[in-house]
Design a protein around this ligand. Structure first.
Ligand code: A2P
Length: 277
């Protein structure tokens, strides 16, 4: 079983990133090694990990165990709050490289802004240096809200990617509009709404039935059809294949509007002004 690799999205610095990656939270090293190798053999060409997931070693092992060469895989990782300084970003990058067993990272992200600590601008300045030195090919943020991004813009800094929680129940319109204005690629985490019953939403299941697709494929198609990159997690090769197979059909304008209308307030959503690590 193989699936065509995802199309590429071009970042502001010209680097091309596969539009769909394998998410790896909450896999441990052993699970990640198996899942990453299976995903790459199936057709995936991008993997999303983080220092905080504790599975970078497994991700590296999975890449080496697969039939795909390192340079054909786009690896994203992220670092925690203790590294929010120019030197800290370098130390975080070197530690991730050591755990992954690679000599460069494709995309390195500040995982959470941690505004209580207020050092995320310095962390991003550290990323710029790593980019200049060629240790990373692209740089970005995760979970940054408009006010956090604005602090970067004020210093003339623009991330290539901002990876955020986004799905039909959490549309994040204001943030997405800001990304578009600044040429930042939007990438969604938890795109399948894990931990909620989003995939059982009757609007989603009805569209899935009508299109002969699964609910997961409908919500992933909703994301990629808007140009978002996304990183669904699965440890199951059949579901991995299903999740990658979302580039060969189109949702009608009517279906997109119906999915857009599912946006609702979520008081339980993690708020980057108060949550971070
Ligand atoms: P599993 O790893 O057993 O496949 P998210 O990316 O939004 O965090 O969602 C991940 C969750 O969704 C995991 O529990 C994963 O389980 C499950 N999942 C992944 N792909 C699918 C799919 N195609 N259909 C249903 N559930 C899925």
């Amino acid at each position: 079983m193989t699936v065509s690799p995802a199309p590429l999205v071009r970042l502001a610095n010209g680097v091309e990133m596969p539009q769909l990656a394998l998410g790896t939270w909450p896999m441990n090293d052993a699970e990640a090694a198996v899942a990453v190798a299976a995903a790459l053999d199936l057709g995936y060409r991008a993997v999303d990990t983080a220092e905080n997931y504790g599975n970078e070693r497994g991700v590296g092992r999975g890449v080496r165990a697969s039939s795909v060469k390192r340079e054909e895989v786009f690896i994203t990782t992220k670092f925690n709050r203790q590294w929010h300084s120019v030197d800290g970003a370098r130390a975080a990058c070197e530690a991730s490289l050591e755990r992954l067993g690679f000599d460069y990272i494709d995309l390195l992200l500040v995982h959470w802004p941690n505004p209580d600590q207020d050092r995320y601008v310095e962390a991003f300045q550290g990323l710029v240096r790593l980019l200049d030195e060629g240790l990373v090919r692209a740089i970005g943020t995760s979970n940054f809200k408009p006010a956090h991004l604005q602090r970067l813009f004020d210093q003339g800094l623009v991330p290539h990617v901002n990876q955020i929680q986004l799905d039909p129940w959490h549309r994040r319109d204001a943030l997405v509009a800001l990304h578009r204005e600044k040429g930042i690629v939007t990438e969604s985490w938890r795109p399948l709404g894990s931990g909620s019953d989003m995939l059982a939403d009757p609007v989603i299941t009805a569209i899935a039935e009508k299109c002969g697709r699964t609910p997961a494929q409908v919500v992933l198609r909703w994301a990629v059809q808007q140009g978002f990159a996304t990183a669904p997690k699965s440890i199951n090769p059949e579901r991995m294949a299903q999740n990658l197979d979302v580039f060969g059909f189109t949702l009608s304008d009517e279906d997109m509007v119906a999915l857009d209308a599912l946006d609702r307030p979520d008081p339980g959503m993690l708020d980057a002004d108060h949550f971070g690590h």
